[in-house]
Design a protein around this ligand. Structure first.
Ligand code: SAH
Length: 368
């Protein structure tokens, strides 16, 4: 079914109000719908009894609430859980839930594939396919909460969202911002802006726009302490080098002294993990209110990199911590189900290949 139906998951509150105005309906109808969908977990218009019968019939006719379809659901031994979701066009994306003692974090994808080509990331190897729609982004949260047992009573297992799945969220700016508004909206998920973290490889102009469009916590994938190395690891650095990136970070947090940027730093054996690199990192971040998140590299097939040894990571962390910077080493979670940082991709890649070979066959058969 569908195609020309209005998928209500594609709009934040403002967008829905505008759509309803086009239908000649009052804006508060949009607000009622938001609550039905996101707070009561209802997608059947017939059940939405505070809407008029006529509106219910109309919506049943022209609208739908359609998140992606779950095609695989895997549990890791460490409690994390990964879903493979199929989109309407057949592409697949991954979403990962990471439970903690005091929170439940969902790692959300923003694009099918990624265009940035970071040399240590498995998503990069599959190339870029397309941006996700709002429904495909917010649908990840809706599905996770449902499958983790949220009911009509409104329990919400997901308390935090990190935009750290597949893709570069700032290169899908409008849809990511609308989805994050739904995460924040009290009529939808009601998460505080501190519980939503957007991670970027450093798309400087969009970092400035983000602060205005939807203020959330910012994480930046730094990974290197000089431009020569960062050019190699995170090629977008050639366009927005470290000095410009850090200036944007300072603008983002402002100078009220309360906010900090989280810098992500992947620990690559023999590449960026020496004591000298740690000291360079300290110098670099002087004057930038920061926290550091060390991520032990997660290997994937055909990678040229290795994970730094645990003692090396500890020594690196100690240099930073001794200088007073809050530094944590991210626990490797879900690697038994290929759900760790930078490992989201495999299934989709294989699917693409299958699709390509189908296409090849059809081309040979002269069908296209
Ligand atoms: N494109 C955004 C969002 C991805 S977030 C960004 O670059 O920030 C995922 C985080 O995991 C990023 O910091 C990314 O650099 C890191 N990462 C990618 N591949 C990894 C790997 N193989 N091992 C560990 N971390 C990796």
């Amino acid at each position: 079914m569908t195609g020309d139906r209005l998928n209500l998951l594609n709009h934040d509150r403002r967008g829905l109000e505008a759509r309803f105005a086009e239908l000649g309906e009052k804006p508060f109808r949009a607000r009622q719908i938001l609550q039905w969908i996101y707070q009561r977990n209802v997608d059947d218009f017939a059940v939405m009894t505070d809407l008029s019968k006529a509106l219910r019939a109309r919506l049943a006719d022209c609208a739908e609430v359609r998140p992606p379809e779950v095609v695989m659901d895997r549990d890791s031994d460490d409690g994390s859980r990964k879903w493979l979701l199929r989109l309407a066009d057949g592409n697949c994306i991954e979403t990962v839930f990471i439970p903690g003692p005091d929170r439940g974090t969902l790692c959300v994808s923003s694009q099918v594939g990624c265009a940035l080509n970071c040399s240590f990331c498995s998503t990069a190897t599959q190339g870029f396919n397309r941006n996700l729609e709002v429904s495909e982004i917010i649908g990840q949260l809706l599905i996770a909460n449902r499958l983790l047992g949220a009911g009509e009573a409104g329990a919400r297992p997901v308390t935090n969202v990190v935009m750290m799945g597949m893709g570069e969220p700032l290169l899908n700016f409008d849809n990511v911002v609308a989805a994050m508004w739904l995460m924040r909206d009290d009529l939808a998920f009601g998460l505080s802006k501190r519980r939503i973290t957007l991670s970027t490889s450093g798309i400087v102009p969009e970092m400035d726009r983000l602060r205005e469009a939807c203020d959330v916590s910012l994480a930046v994938s730094l990974h290197a302490t000089n431009d020569a190395l960062r050019d190699e690891l995170v090629p977008i650095n050639r366009k927005y080098p470290i000095a410009e990136l850090l200036a944007a970070c300072r603008r983002y947090v402002g100078d009220d002294g309360r906010r900090r940027v989280t810098f992500e730093y992947v620990m690559l054996d023999g590449i960026n993990d020496s004591d000298r690199h740690a000291r360079e990192l300290l110098r670099l971040l002087e004057g930038v209110p920061s926290k550091i998140n060390l991520i032990p590299f997660n290997p994937f097939p055909h990678t040229r990199y290795r994970r730094s040894r645990p003692e090396r990571i500890l020594a690196f962390q100690e240099i930073l911590a001794r200088a007073g910077i809050v530094t944590i080493t991210r626990k490797t979670r879900g690697d038994d189900i290929d759900a760790a940082c930078g490992q989201l991709a495999g299934d989709f890649r294989d699917r693409t290949r299958r699709r390509e070979s189908r296409l090849q066959t059809r081309l040979q058969e002269g069908l296209y």
